[in-house]
Design a protein around this ligand. Structure first.
Ligand SMILES: Nc1ncnc2c1ncn2[C@@H]1O[C@H](COP(=O)(O)OP(=O)(O)OP(=O)(O)O)[C@@H](O)[C@H]1O
Length: 338
């Protein structure tokens, strides 16, 4: 089996996290794109401020790297409240959550990343807390155990998930607002890159900007990452950050003209060479290329579908004509897209 690939849209390293931190927009007006979500969020926060109450709980859903953590930070900034960061994988017992909830300050924003990965017992505690600002804490063990109610100060949960469909309904229903983040248009990514280049004091030609944006998979995190690679290239080769430097740098990192990386291409190649272009189930496809089906489903598939290279049909995933053309392979006479 081949070596598993990295989750391309997840932060790669501590250095990348620090770099991202420096480039994060601090308020809603600096946040590029997602116009609808921005307007909805703005209204929700302003209404809460006018009424002097904590804003409704907010669920941010969408593929990685589109700005969920950034938006959670912006909610804290815009409401002038402290932010507590946590994540589903860190909340594996109800006790883990109880200790976070019981130490929240009044009005605090509790960010729970990957909220779909919380333990079931913690989920149950969370939806009671979100609704009634109260939790029941078990004291003692066995037959003598009793549950003691604990009142909590009002707070706002901002949950982030790449898999909104995995959240149980009772939890999903406790969010007053669900924002569905969409992939960014190239022109929006150009704005993200323009801002980042300015902050990095990097001179980027217009064609370089366009070329990086087009290859960023509609994702600001990837746009910023590619910008970093181009900056490195320009620095080491003592050359301006031109369109040509972008081509050379990105070729070196296996990013093709559409922005597909090694994993995207492996999925398409696997689908075409091992399953005659499909239809095939996502799990079977993932196993065949030695990758987690969760990564394929939450990172690779949404982008390939959006690019028109992969189609979801009731019988499984199918490579489109464009996929064959993009990979330079002969297009079969019949493609089962029904
Ligand atoms: N709308 C935006 N405008 C400008 N920069 C953005 C925007 N959205 C995201 N970014 C940048 O992209 C990077 C990744 O964003 P962020 O960490 O918020 O993504 P995420 O959706 O939380 O990802 P994950 O699900 O992997 O945690 C950050 O450096 C941030 O500055």
């Amino acid at each position: 089996m081949s070596e598993p690939f990295n989750d391309y849209a997840a932060p790669e390293s501590e250095a990348e996290l620090a770099f991202e931190g420096a480039l994060r927009p601090k308020n809603l007006s600096e946040f590029v794109g997602q116009t609808k979500v921005r307007t909805q969020l703005d209204l929700l926060l302003r209404a809460a401020a006018l009424q002097g109450r904590a804003p409704d709980h907010i669920l941010l859903a969408g593929p990685p790297g589109l700005g969920k953590t950034t938006l959670a930070m912006i909610v804290a900034e815009e409401t002038s409240q402290p932010l507590r960061m946590s994540s589903g994988p860190a909340l594996q017992h109800a006790g883990d959550l109880a200790s976070v909830l019981s130490s929240l300050l009044p009005g605090e924003i509790l960010f729970i990343d990957e909220i779909h990965r919380m333990a079931r017992s913690a989920e149950e505690m969370l939806y009671l807390a979100m609704e009634d600002f109260r939790i029941d804490i078990m004291v003692g063990k066995g037959a003598g155990a009793t549950s003691v109610p604990l009142e909590l100060a009002p707070f706002t949960v901002v949950g982030a998930t790449t898999r909104a469909g995995l959240l149980p309904n009772p939890l999903r229903d406790r969010f007053g607002f669900t924002a569905h983040l969409e992939f960014y248009e190239d022109a929006e990514l150009e704005q993200v890159l323009h801002r980042a280049a300015r902050l990095l004091e990097l001179e980027l030609s217009d064609d370089a900007l366009t070329s990086i944006a087009r290859r960023s998979r509609g994702t600001p995190r990837i746009a910023n990452r590619l910008l970093r690679r181009v900056r490195d290239y320009a620095l080491v080769h003592e050359t301006p950050a031109s369109g040509e430097a972008v081509d050379r740098a990105l070729e070196l990192y296996d990013v093709d003209a559409l922005g597909l990386d090694r994993l995207d291409r492996a999925v398409l190649h696997g689908l075409i060479s091992r399953f005659r272009g499909g239809p095939v189930g996502i799990k079977t496809l993932a196993v065949s290329i030695g990758e987690e089906s969760d990564t394929i489903e939450s990172v690779v598939e949404p982008f390939l579908v959006r690019s028109g290279l992969l189609a979801r049909t009731p019988r499984g995933r199918v490579a489109t004509e464009l996929a064959y053309l993009h990979l330079g392979l002969p297009v079969p006479e019949q493609i089962p897209l029904a």
